[in-house]
Each structure stands twice: as C-alpha cells, then as structure tokens.
Design a protein around this ligand. Structure first.
Ligand SMILES: Cc1ncc(C[n+]2csc(CCOP(=O)(O)OP(=O)(O)O)c2C)c(N)n1
Ligand SMILES: [Mg+2]
Length: 373
C-alpha cells in the first residue's frame, strides 16, 4: 500500500499595518471607519495612563500586586470593538483596554487589585471577573457559549489567555469541548513570548502556538497582535465563524508585555535588554499614532489634549476607588450562597465575637464590636 498524506494544514499570519507603517489596502481599506480608529487610539492613551498610575499606586503601597498591560492593549480592544453587547468577554489580567471599552468602570479594576471584592461585582456589561488561576477562564467561556447555544440567545464567548496557559490542561479541555460540541467561542491567545520567566519556546516545541488548536479541529490563525487593523480583521472572521457556523476559532496574537510580569517581578533578570528595545519600537501605540498623523487625523496638540483628558479621568478613578466606604465584614458570607447554610448563618451572626460559629443564644456576653451590622 502506498503511503499517502491524509492531513495537511497551514497557519496563516495576518498583518495589515506593519511596524514600518506599510498598510495593506486590500485587507484594510474600509475595515474600520476613521473616527473609530481615532476613538480607539484615544482610549488607549487613557488606558496606558491608568496602567502607569496603577503601577505607581502599587509602588507607593496603595495597591496590591498589579500586572502591567503596557504593550498588550490591542488584542482585547480590537475584540471588544467587534463583539456585540450580548456576547461574553472572559479575560485573564492583561485586557484592561477591552474591558473598559465594553463598559467596565475603571475603578473596578483598581478595586480588584486593591483586594476589594467589590471590584468583581460586575453588572455593567457581559464580562467576567479577572481570572488569576491560569487557564480556568477558558472553561468558563466554553460553558457560557454552550449555555448561549442551548438558550439560542445568539451570544458568543470570547476568551483571552497567554501562551503559557496553552500548556495547562484547562486549555485542552475547553478546546476539546468547544470544537466537539460546535460552540461559538473565540479563543484569543496573547502570545507575549513569556510565561513569567519561561520563554514560549521552552513550553511549546511547535513553530506556532496557533497549531495547538488544530489538534481539536478548530480554525486557527496567527496575527500581529500589535496591529489594530489585523486584529479587528481576524476577530471579525472569528466572530462570523462562531455566529454563523457555531464553530470555535483559535487566534494567536503575537504581542509583548513591555513591563514586568507583575509588580512582584523583575524581568531584567531573565529578559535581554535588546529584546525589550526591539519590542519597544513595535509599540502598538507608536504605530497607530504615526498612521493617524499621516492621515491628518492626529497631531501633537491632540495628543497633549488627550493626555490631559487621561490625567483627569484617571485621577477621578483613583479617587473613586480609594474613597469607597470600607466593606462590611458580612460581605464575606453574603455573596457565596443564595441561602446561607445554617452553620454559616451561625458564623455570620457571631463573626465579631470570640465564639465564632457557636449558637448565638449560647453566648453570654456580646461586646459592642460583637454586634454584627
Ligand atoms: C493554575 C495556575 N498555575 C500557576 C500560576 C502562576 N502564574 C501566574 S502567571 C503565570 C504565567 C502565565 O503565562 P501566560 O499564560 O503566558 O500569561 P502572561 O502573563 O504572559 O500574559 C503563572 C505560571 C497561576 N496563576 N495559576
Ligand atoms: Mg505569556
């Protein structure tokens, strides 16, 4: 029997506005109206300022650990621009730009990193709380898409994760379910080359991360994740695929975190200065600003004005986050169950006494602090 090839595939790489400023008219013309490109650039200016201030809040002891988003603004913003209101955006922790575009109040992100659970009470838009357990959110997105399909509400789910997350079992389980059950999910992998200090090549021997999706029968594409136009293009294709065919797509967005992994990290210990310098030149905002200036849609004056808007907006956001009333101790109990089980009711009632969890009627003395509001 002759040996025959039974499966062949290829991964396409999509780029429209490259780092030299070349623009592919065939793919890019008419893709995004000029006023929307300007609006997204303005949004990025605000997001970048928030990122800088969040870093400083941590350094000055006013916030807990924070993962800088700098350099990775495009993938989530492009996705949020393409998604519909009813869709779900299910993120990890470097998607501020997209979350804010969808309508998540900025102070909620600060509250989250300040350790205040109210940052995770989200009823403004269909986004889920930030996932810190790497890869866990992929299963949530797949479940949301499955529920939407069951309910026939037409919503799709778009989830974000890093290159490192594709080495987690959760990724493989989510991908398998999504593809086998024909679920409308868009998997956006932000490949920034590193999982903390582990370079992508040490955990993925294949030439692209995108091809990990092929094993599950998904459509897979690689894109320049610092190119707003290319990212919008692949997101449009992927959301059409999800909405029309109920099929998942895997998008590998090549990007780079210009900061440390988090404020608890020092990337200089494992990353070459040359590598960083190369990616600083590929900063998505520089590229977009040059494009807009060439088209006479932006100028230094407009940049100054927008920086002033960003400063005012962000200082109000910080004020809102810092001046919020302290949470009550009862919050601890009040958001886990619809009906609190009896033993937890006892704990709630006796939270501020020295007899936590005992039957309140058995407690002889309750101090003033023991009165639970
Ligand atoms: C389940 C789990 N294992 C380990 C960690 C610790 N951890 C936090 S971030 C990270 C690396 C993630 O890398 P990647 O998925 O590439 O995302 P990036 O931070 O580069 O965007 C690890 C291992 C975690 N948060 N959750
Ligand atoms: Mg990574």
């Amino acid at each position: 029997m002759p040996v025959k090839t039974i499966f062949e595939t290829k991964i396409e790489h999509v780029s429209i506005l490259d780092e030299q400023g070349n623009f592919d008219m065939q793919l890019g013309e008419g893709l995004i109206p000029d006023e929307d490109v300007v609006a997204m650039y303005k949004h990025m200016v605000v997001c970048r300022h928030l990122d800088e201030i969040a870093f400083k809040l941590q350094r000055s002891g006013r916030m807990g650990t924070y993962p800088e988003n700098r350099g990775q603004e495009v993938p989530s913003l492009a996705a949020a621009y393409v998604l519909q209101k009813k869709d779900w955006m299910v993120t990890c922790y470097r998607e501020n730009a997209g979350l804010f575009w969808r309508g998540l109040p900025m102070e909620k992100i600060l509250l989250h990193w300040m350790g205040d659970e109210r940052g995770n009470h989200i009823d403004e838009c269909n986004v889920t709380p930030l996932a810190i357990a790497i890869g866990s959110q992929l299963l949530h997105a797949t479940g949301l898409a499955w529920a939407s399909k069951y309910k026939k509400d037409g919503a799709i789910a778009c989830t974000f994760f890093g290159d490192g997350a594709t080495s987690e079992g959760d990724f493989h389980e989510a991908a398998n379910f999504a593809a086998n059950l024909d679920l409308p999910v868009v998997f956006v992998c932000q490949n920034n080359g590193w999982a903390i200090s582990t370079p992508t090549k040490l955990e993925c021997s294949a030439p692209t991360v995108a091809q990990r999706g092929i094993a599950y029968g998904m459509d897979c594409v690689q894109v320049d994740g610092n190119d707003l136009f290319a990212m919008v293009k692949v997101m449009k294709d992927a959301t059409d695929n999800a909405r029309t065919n109920n099929r998942p797509t895997f998008i590998e967005a090549l990007t780079y975190r210009l900061g440390d992994h988090t404020t608890a990290d020092d990337a200089r210990r494992y990353r070459d200065a040359d590598e960083l310098a190369m990616w600083e030149k590929r900063d998505p905002m520089i590229r977009l600003r040059n494009y807009l200036e060439q088209k006479d849609l932006w100028s230094s004056t407009k940049e100054e004005e927008q920086l002033a808007v960003a400063a005012t907006t962000v200082s109000q956001v910080v004020k809102n986050a810092e001046e919020i009333d302290a949470p009550t101790a009862n919050d601890f109990f009040d958001f886990m169950y619809t009906e609190l089980p009896p033993q937890l009711q006892k704990q709630r009632q006796t939270l501020r006494t020295s007899s936590i969890g005992q039957d309140p009627s058995q407690i002889e003395q309750t101090t003033q602090e023991g009165v639970v509001q």
